[in-house]
Design a protein around this ligand. Structure first.
Ligand code: ZN
Length: 128
């Protein structure tokens, strides 16, 4: 019998698929400085950090964008410019949208993670 995967493992797996989708969507161009990089030089950076946001923001397409190592790590997400560019791309409503998502306390089931993994596998295929 196959062992049941844990939430931690599925979360990791989903992040792999999700973040690859994000970087591909953004054409490996840093959201906050415009630099293009591949490999370990290009991350998927959160506006609301993973530690604060909860799972809905962790895997939210508007909260995560391709971001270079420098902006993501050295500048801790470069959040002032990040916010400016969020508003530019999605309009002022993005501020409320993120605020609401921040208040959401959500827990995903194993099935939720499995569904999302499939969803992003398909979404990535559609892009490439
Ligand atoms: Zn950058």
């Amino acid at each position: 019998m196959k062992k049941k995967p844990t939430v931690g493992k599925l979360k990791k797996k989903l992040w792999k698929h999700f973040s690859l989708y994000i970087r591909t969507r953004d054409k490996y161009t840093c959201f906050t400085c415009g630099k293009v990089a591949h490999g370990s030089g290009m991350h998927s950076g959160h506006y609301i950090p993973k530690s604060v946001g909860g799972v809905a923001l962790y895997f939210h397409e508007k909260n995560v964008h391709a971001q270079c190592y420098h902006c993501n790590i050295n500048l801790s997400g470069n959040s002032d410019i990040y916010l400016q560019n969020l508003v530019k791309r999605y309009g002022e409503e993005i501020i409320d949208e993120i605020r609401l998502l921040r208040q959401e306390i959500n827990k995903w089931s194993l099935q939720d993670y499995t569904d999302k993994i499939e969803y992003y596998e398909e979404k990535l295929k559609a892009l490439t």
